[in-house]
Design a protein around this ligand. Structure first.
Ligand SMILES: [Mg+2]
Length: 262
């Protein structure tokens, strides 16, 4: 699996900011922390379903329903191929099919200039601030190399975690890299996808506490809920984490056997 260079880039930026000098992210060896908090972005901190709906509506308004549906079909196909949403890539493909639609650039501008901060869930940044008081807090996301980092930065999330942002193609397959960059005795993973929390639990076992905020389009899907075990902690909204303290957050984990190393 090819890993994107963003972990290196963002880690380096964060370290440079802290130390005041430019150093290679790979040269930095952090001491093992007691606990590291890993937090997803889409439908965990940010209402990504709403961003998708806004994009669909924009394309429908500018180009009509037929184009909207075709664009979305391309986007879904690309998602199957890549494993992450690549809206800008889908737009490039859509343009190949429609080379004489100069207004297509407005859709790219719509995406790049989207007011992401307006789509943060209530108290999302307060939760990050709370977690940072308890330990190192790192954004752990999947996505493309342009739109996803832009989203993280423009929403205010990048600043809220002081640049500690990791963006992979498949985060659940990149945990070894996470450990290398942020060694910890224990991890807390907050993610709206039970499938990802299950994979992470299999890898780390008791070394991780999984937190499932029931937000986004699949949060109440009976098929999804029946397919995976419950997370250690389930909350209705990300802001509910403000009501927990560190001790009861860490005590809530279910005993399991890890299959992964490190
Ligand atoms: Mg998510």
């Amino acid at each position: 699996m090819i890993k994107m260079c963003f972990p290196h880039l963002f880690s380096q930026m964060a370290e440079s900011k802290q130390s005041g000098k430019l150093t290679s992210g790979d040269q930095q060896m952090r001491a093992q922390a007691a606990v590291v908090f890993l937090v997803d972005v889409d439908n965990t901190l940010l209402n990504n379903d709403r961003i998708q709906e806004d994009l669909k509506r924009h394309i429908e308004r500018k180009f009509g329903r037929e184009y909207r549906d075709r664009f979305w079909a391309i986007q879904e196909k690309l998602f199957e191929e890549l494993g992450y949403r690549d809206y800008l890539g889908a737009l490039q493909r859509f343009r190949v099919e429609n080379p004489y639609e100069p207004h297509l650039v407005t859709a790219a501008t719509f995406l790049v200039d989207y007011p992401f901060a307006n789509r943060l869930y209530p108290e999302a940044l307060d939760v990050l601030e709370q977690l940072r008081q308890w330990g190192q807090t790192v954004i752990l996301s999947d996505g493309d190399v342009v739109f996803q980092p832009r989203k993280v930065e423009r929403s205010g999330i990048f600043e809220a975690v002081d640049g500690h942002v990791l963006i992979y193609i498949h985060k659940e397959e990149s945990l070894e890299d996470v450990v290398r960059r942020y060694p910890a005795e224990h991890y807390v993973m907050v993610d709206d996808k039970l499938r990802i929390l299950t994979d992470i639990k299999k890898y780390w076992g008791d070394r991780v506490t999984t937190v499932f905020p029931r937000q986004g389009q699949f949060a109440y899907d009976p098929q999804v809920l029946a397919s995976y075990p419950a997370a250690d902690i389930t909350v209705d909204r990300i802001g509910d984490l403000l009501e927990m303290d560190l001790a009861n957050l860490l005590e809530s984990r279910q005993p399991t056997q890890p299959t992964g190393a490190a």
